[in-house]
Each structure stands twice: as structure tokens, then as C-alpha cells.
Design a protein around this ligand. Sequence first.
Ligand code: HEM
Ligand code: FES
Length: 755
Amino acid sequence: MTATPAVSACPFHGSDRARQFDPFGPEYQTDPAAALRWSREQEPVFYSEVLGYWVVSRYDDIKAIFRDNITFSPAIALEKITPPTPESLEVLKSYGFDLRRTLVNEDEPVHMERRRALLDAFAPDAAAAHAPMVRDLVRARVDAMAAKGEADLVQSLLWEVPFLVALHFLGIPAADHDTLRRYAVAHTLNSWGRPTPEQQVGIAHSMGQFWQYADEVLTRMKADPTGRGWMYDMIAANRADPEVVTDNYLHSMMLAVIVAAHETTALAGANMMQRLLADRAAWNELCRTPALIPNAVEECLRHSGSVVAWRRIATRDAAVGGVTIPAGGKILMVVASGNHDPRKFENPDALDLWRDNTAEHLTFGYGSHQCMGKNIGRMELRIILEELTRRLPHMELVPQDFTYLPNTSFRGAERVLVRWDPALNPAPRPERDFVMGAPRRQDIARQLRVAAVTAEAEGVIGIRLDHPEGAPLPGWSPGSHIDLHLPGGLVRKYSLCGADGAWQIAVLREDAGRGGSRWLHDSLRAGDMLTVGGPRNLFRLDEDAPFHLLIAGGIGITPILAMADRLAQQGRDFAIHYAGGARGRMAFADRLARDHGARLTFWPGDAGRRMDLGAILAGAPPGAQICACGPERLLHALDALAGARPDCTLTVEHFAAAEGLLDPAKESPFAVELADSGLTLTVPADRTLLQTLLAAGIDVACDCEEGLCGSCEVAVLEGEIDHRDQVLSRAERGRGDRMMTCCSRARAGGRLRLG
Ligand code: HEM
Ligand code: FES
């Protein structure tokens, strides 16, 4: 166990807004993401005096903290955020209450050792085995309410189903629901609420009774350990290795996991139904297109998740978002705010069922402690949504005020009242099951209509897309791209460049390419339908920069055009340099000259004008952001020259390598032999072993894909491993009998045999 170090520096230097921040006030309680919008924009890491915590609100900063669980220990994840009164401590003592660490707040190395010992129950097949039970539970409750015409969805479905699933998963016999509901409320207020001293005493009694209840159940289970469920796995682990899975650990886990598995999912369900029914267009779309359900669940977890904040403590002085958090500094990561960070999610406040990166939300945490039960939670929410859209698509929200239990971290409406006309209950569409795990990005794409195909320059066409029913398409920010799914399984990225938010792209015909642009040029006509992913933005304008130098080569003008439009609209100072083979082949030349003429320099090659990058960079005002898109040689040249201007920031768009994990120039390919099937695969230099196994149809669990969470482990029978994860201990590495497939490889020139 890591000792909690004392805070060593005086942190009270924040702004007025930071001083006024109140996580128990109505603003945060109503909408934590909106309450921290100012922080995301102006002061992403600040000290809250009210709370005694450093508050972190941006996506990347939160993820960086989750990623490093040594510098940022999870030890305080369940600590009482409101210090306990002596009276409440006395009450707890009288019950023998002794809740200690429970995975989620454990430090390394013991955490990973226990996590891995207990991971099997969460493997995709094991989790999927619970689906029929979940389906039966949901169906029975929908049957019971279908003829009534009205319901509180929380009371009749959303609270009880995750509760019974949690008990079933753990192997605990069904118990007294009302008592456990009281315990759950007490647990939330105890850890994350601001109860009065009198309330603290009542909560302490409930917690004490919960502790004793867990003890009774556990004693019964230990007396007959032949049952099935995760608690039985733990009992077996306790027998096999009482040092790692201790008696107190069993008891603490029993209490903590009931809450971890139940309340998180129940509250997420309440938020999901509230959010979807409040957006009739989204709800109707989901009733029509059930294939969207897995992504809709993910988008609801992002937009209105049940875990809105999570905690860490700094074990040493450490920089986060440019601010030094002192050793001992307590940190509140407002994941709901990170989930609404426009640097990560386009139009973050909109609910977009087609958002193709929504599964990267932080509601399940991230890294080595990331929620182990996330696929079970997902599965429950999907089945609930599937049954409700199938059976009661005409249900609507009753006008109501939603109420929440006041606390910093767990959030979900206490009631969701709905009504429908039972006379209109439809014949349900056929039932549908979903593959376990996060939705796959390639499955999340809209069907859009080609509104127009226009000639933009020699060899360049413009394509404008719209919604087939005329509905508005989501807005996008300059630098965003969309993915076009083309015949032959090709997926191509194109930057959006339409004026006034139109979904317009430009496509250069590339005869030497794999055929995507040729097909678009030769075959696409107005009125055709296209499958489109996105928009996403990996090429962002820093709107705080004092000056923007926009540099485009050839078709790289498309994002640059959108950036210029935006900067002009804001009355900002910028310059555009646009190089191309010949003026006639340079798309949007006339529009640029018309709209941005005074700021534009053309560099057409046929006029003998080669872009003088050195001079252009030398002339940039101090602090400028240089945004560049074009051929690789242009970007390389810029990269080499940018060293002379350390005061400026260079931001470039590399479509090809935007999301690559490996640098192929530094890696070697290697062979893996699979002992079970006798199959031999080659892992190329630019792919991970995990990607290669998945591409070959071999099921390997994975979560973080960064060597942090331990889920992609495989056994190694022969061969020398180049370990690159943070999961295995030095001793385990030394044994050489296992590896993390998402990042580790064979030693150069080697070959591996996997068990
Ligand atoms: C951990 C959220 C459902 C079991 C966590 C964490 C969060 C979370 C935020 C901490 C992550 C971190 O520190 O990085 C949720 C949400 C759920 C959900 C939002 C539902 C929508 C479940 C279910 C189970 C479960 C259904 C069990 C069946 C766990 C366990 C951990 C955990 C065991 C501790 C993992 C570790 O520290 O290694 N969950 N959870 N959760 N969750 Fe969940
Ligand atoms: Fe997380 Fe490999 S360690 S997926």
C-alpha cells in the first residue's frame, strides 16, 4: 500500500472562477460538463479550495493521468470526499467495518497481480454467456409494463436489471432489494457526497449493515464454494494464494463490486433513456436502425455518463497541462468534462449516434484500472435499448423535473417517467444480438446522398453531401475530415472544406492509386448514396495563436481553405501560401482569390515560382501557428526548417500515418507460430502482433492497446520477447512465457511460438 504523502506546496493561486467552483452546487449537479466549460477553455487544471482538490477538465490531461498510475496513484478513488465525523467513525467501528483496498484503489504491483488473477470472468466469451439471462430479465420487465401505458423506467427496469445481473455475475443469491438499494445510496453519499454530520451517522449505520450483510453472504458462500460466479473465483484465488487474495480482500471486494457493477450501470441506463427520449429524431432513428444501438450506448456513456468524475493522488511533483501538481496533491478528473472536450470530440455537446470515436470516452476510466466489467455493462445497456426500441418505440418522456443524488462522481436521474398508448404497441421487429466489446469504427457510418459533383480544377472534383431526408448534418471544425467507404473495401479520408458548414470535399484523381479516386471521378453521380464515417479532427487550429501561417501543397488546400474561412470570419490575422503544379490544376484558386485575396500568395510551378519555405517561415510573426497540408516532401521540408523557429508551432496533416502505432522504419517483421492451430503468421513492421492476430480471425481480448491494462496477454512457448508493456513484472519478463500482444514483439530477427 502506498502511503499518502503530504502536500508540499501552496497551491492557492487560481482565478476567481477556480475559487468559486463548487462541485456540490446546482451548476455542476445539473450538468458537470457545462459547469466546467470555462475551465476547458481557460484554465484546464486548477485548484479548488472548496474541495481541496486539483480539478482537471481536458480530455488529454485526464487520459495522461489515468495512463500513469504510478505518478498518479488511485489510492484515494473511494476515499470519503467529505471528511468523516468522529461520531460516524464510531458507528462504523461498532459494526466492525473495515473496508480496505479493492482493485480500483490499489497500487502496483499488487493491483495488476490481482487484476490478472481475476480477469477470466470478463473474457468476451465468459461475458457473452450472461447475455441470455440479461435478455430474460429485461423481457420479463418489459412484458410486465407493456400494457400499462406508463412507467418510471428506473423503478420498473433500469435499477433492478443491473442489480440482478451483478448478483448473478458474482454468484450471490438474490437478496433483499430495498435494503441493498439503501446501502447503495449510502455508499455513494459516503464516498462522493457532502452529507451533514447527522446524515453521516445514518449513512454509517447503512454502511455498517452493508458490511455485515456482505460478511454473512460470504460466510455462506465459503462454506459451500462449489457455486459459480466471480466471488467463487475469488474464493478459489483466496484458497490458492491467501497472500494475494486475502480474507479482508474478499470481504471488501464483495461490498465494492456490488456497487461497481450495479449502480454504475443502473445510472447509465437512466441517463441513456432520458437523453435518447429527449431527442426524438435520435430515438426514431434508433427504432428504425437497430444496428446503431451499440454506438448509441457508447454515445450516451460519453454524452451523459454515470461516472462523471474519478480521483487520483500525485505521488511526486508532476506537471499536468502545464501546471505542477505537488506531491500529495489530490486530483479530481472530471471525465464528463473530458468527454465534452472539443479537442477530442467534434460538436461535443451534440448527441451524434454516428460519432465514430465515441467509444474513446473516459466513462470507464482508462489504462491499467480501466473498468473490467465494461463489456458486461455495455451488453446490459444494449439489450435494454434493443427491447425498448423493439417493443415500445412510441414511448415518450412525461414532462418532469429530473433529480439527482448530490455528489461529485455518480450521476443518474432518480426517476425517468414515460408514457405510451398501449393500443398502439406494435408487433415487435425480430430480436437482435450484438458482438461483445466496443463497437467497431468501420461499422459506424452514415448513408448520405451526393447532392452535387462539380469540376473544381483540372483533375479535381468537388463532392457535396447531404442527408437523404434533408435533416441537418452535424457541424464540423476546420481541419476535420470524413471517411468515404468505397467499393472494394477501400476507406479514404477527405478534408471537409465547404463554406457555412456544408459537407463538401474535393478529390484529386490519382491514376497511380488503388482506385478510390478513379472510382469517384468516373462513377459517382449526383443522387448516389455514399457510406461516410466521421467527421473527426486530427488537424486543429489553435485559435489562441496570435497569427496563423497556412501552407498548402496541391490538394492539401482543402483543410487550409476551411481554416482560412474560419479565421477570416473571426477577423484574425493570417497568411496563405498555396503551391501547385499549375494554376489550372489548383482547386479553389478563384474562390481563394475572391475571399482571401489580400492574404494569399500563389506558387504555381509552371510559372517558375517555387515556394520559398525558408523565407516564408523566417517572416512568420513570433508565436505563430503554422498549419500545413500537402505532399510528404513538403511536410518533411517544413519539419526540417521549423527547428529554426522554436517560438512557432508546426501542425501538419499526415493522412497516411495519422493513427499509426509503430514507426515501420524502426521495427522488423517477425513470424509467429500458433501451437493450437499450427498456423504461422508474419507480423509486418507497421503492425502489432495483436492487429495481426485479429486480422487472422483469432480472438484476443484487448482494451487499451498501449501495454497498460493486461487484457491482451498470450502465453509464449518459445522465442525471445521484446517486452514493451507496463504490465509484467521484471521477474515475469525474465520467465519469457507470456507477452502483451498490443505492444510487445519478437526480438529482432526472432520468431515466437504462442500457446
Ligand atoms: C472500475 C465505470 C460497470 C467492475 C471502474 C472504473 C470506472 C468504472 C470509472 C475505474 C477505472 C479507472 O480507474 O481507470 C463503470 C461504468 C459501468 C461499469 C460506467 C457501467 C456502465 C461495471 C460492471 C462491473 C464492473 C458491470 C462488473 C461486472 C469493475 C471493476 C473495476 C471497475 C472490477 C476495477 C478495475 C481495476 O481497478 O483494475 N468501472 N463500470 N464495472 N469496474 Fe466498472
Ligand atoms: Fe491493454 Fe494490451 S495491455 S490491450
